[in-house]
Design a protein around this ligand. Structure first.
Ligand SMILES: Nc1ncnc2c1ncn2[C@@H]1O[C@H](COP(=O)(O)OP(=O)(O)OP(=O)(O)O)[C@@H](O)[C@H]1O
Length: 217
């Protein structure tokens, strides 16, 4: 489903990615691990369209999306790619439900369909009763679940998660890990997760190890 070849990236004279290949199949939950500075987040940002590679290609179901630009790239990102970050980046003035709906509104889908799916996702994630609260009234774990629901609202082909549980205590982290697997079971959802969490890495279908800008075999 996701295929990247020979990804290179430099920041000034710093060579951060030195020819990375990656293949992810539909419905897989894959973790990327490696020491700090290995280039994991840079790779995830490139795969997720948030940054461009200097060289190499990235295709999602055969669409080489780094060839897209402007509005086409933004639309591709919004409809096909979900993101979960360490800090949830929820909008404080909107309720949990509204935060989940926003990417659906941007995609121009029917309001009722978006609301129904958002409510369903919040239910699955165990926070259905908290939907009318604004982020500040939610716990860290609840906020992160809202962020996961938001990532899933447009039924993305893949979700990229960068240290999704890095800011959570171990109980909340474990619960969120379990939810990724529940979502895979329910939607055949594909996840690529950068993590320092050993437990999450071990639960994954595959673990990819990065070192000094390269994927270890
Ligand atoms: N925008 C940028 N400009 C300059 N250097 C950058 C930029 N982004 C990342 N780097 C550098 O690239 C290297 C790889 O960073 P990256 O965040 O990808 O590593 P990482 O493996 O995700 O590390 P960590 O586990 O600490 O998050 C680091 O040396 C970092 O300082």
């Amino acid at each position: 489903m996701l295929k990247a070849r020979d990804i290179h990236k430099k920041y000034g004279s710093l060579e951060v990615l030195k020819g990375v290949d990656i293949d992810i199949n539909k419905g897989e939950i894959v973790s990327i691990v490696g020491s700090s500075g290995a280039g994991k987040s840079t790779l995830l940002h490139i795969l997720g369209t948030l940054d461009k590679p200097d060289n190499g290609s990235v295709a999602l179901e055969k669409v080489d999306y780094h060839q897209l630009s402007g509005k086409k790239l933004a639309a591709f990102r919004n409809t096909h790619i979900g993101f979960v970050f360490q800090f949830h980046h929820l909008l404080p003035e909107f309720t949990a439900l509204e935060n989940v709906c926003i990417p659906g509104w941007i995609a121009g889908k029917k309001k009722k369909d978006i609301t129904d799916r958002a409510e369903h996702l919040l239910e699955i994630l165990g926070i259905g009763t908290r939907k009318d609260n604004k982020p500040q009234a939610l716990s860290g774990g609840e906020q992160q679940r809202v962020a996961v629901a938001r990532a899933l609202i447009n039924n993305p082909k893949i979700v990229f998660a960068d240290e999704p549980t890095g800011n959570l205590d171990s109980v909340n982290a474990r619960e969120l890990h379990q939810l990724f697997f529940d979502l895979r079971k329910q939607f055949d959802q594909t996840f690529l997760i950068v993590t320092h969490n050993e437990e999450l890495a071990q639960m994954s279908d595959r673990v990819l190890h990065m070192k000094d800008g390269k994927m270890l075999l």
